[in-house]
Design a protein around this ligand. Structure first.
Ligand SMILES: [Zn+2]
Length: 221
């Protein structure tokens, strides 16, 4: 769970109204052809169905896997059953449901007998996150810039601001002469030029602070 999502849960805000995931979300996958989004839960069910040999690995929980922020997972050799083979080229995935609906099994979208993507030029899916080398869409940039223009302060929690698209938001805020507060126990990229005397810098671990906010909310008034 990201720091921002943890905060939203802690203060009990309606996620749909208040939550913008600048770099997308692993809760969905997106089609590279038609850009339709599909819930990740549906794709996970399909991945397990199409890859019975891999199913035990797909079912491991977060504690057993080292997952990176972009969704990459390191699979330790000890997790693999050595009696079985786990060839990456045998891994199958479902096509985009919207493309499958539209094109069926055709020359531009071929599926195998179980419905896994086999070839063609449409229906290829990927996690709906901005990968390294991709750009945040202009619509998203505009939406976030509008929010910054309408805000008078910014609270920054649990981030290094190492990703430039995130750092740019803070720079925009500062260029408008607005205050920021930064809460994190760690390094912040370009902190010396971002945080000025009238800003607030709190060197606390954001996960500890959010845990306490959750705790206080549970105490009846
Ligand atoms: Zn599609």
């Amino acid at each position: 769970m990201t720091g921002a999502r943890r905060l939203i849960h802690a203060v009990d805000i309606d996620e749909d109204d208040m939550f913008i995931e600048l770099h997308g979300s692993l809760q969905q996958v997106i089609c590279l052809h038609c850009h339709a989004k599909t819930p990740r839960t549906h794709i996970q069910t399909e991945l397990i169905r199409l890859n019975p040999r891999w199913a035990p690995l797909l079912s491991l929980d977060e504690k057993e896997l080292k997952m990176n922020a972009d969704g990459d997972v390191d699979l330790r050799a000890s997790l693999l059953d050595t009696r079985d083979s786990h060839e990456y080229r045998t891994f199958r995935y479902p096509p985009c449901p919207a493309c499958l609906n539209r094109y069926g099994s055709s020359s531009i979208l071929q599926v195998d007998a179980d419905g896994a993507w086999k070839g063609g030029t449409v229906g290829i899916i990927k996690p709906a996150v901005i990968f390294f080398g991709e750009n945040v869409s202009s619509e998203m940039r505009q939406l976030v810039n509008n929010i910054i223009d309408a805000s008078d302060q910014m609270l920054i929690i649990g981030t290094t601001l190492a990703v430039l698209s995130a750092q740019r938001l803070v720079r925009t805020m500062k260029s408008q002469g607005k205050r920021i507060a930064v809460l994190t126990s760690g390094y912040v990229r370009n902190e010396e030029t971002l945080v000025h005397d009238n800003d607030i810098r709190i060197w606390w671990k954001s996960s500890d602070v959010l845990k306490h906010i959750s705790y206080f909310r549970k105490i009846p008034p």
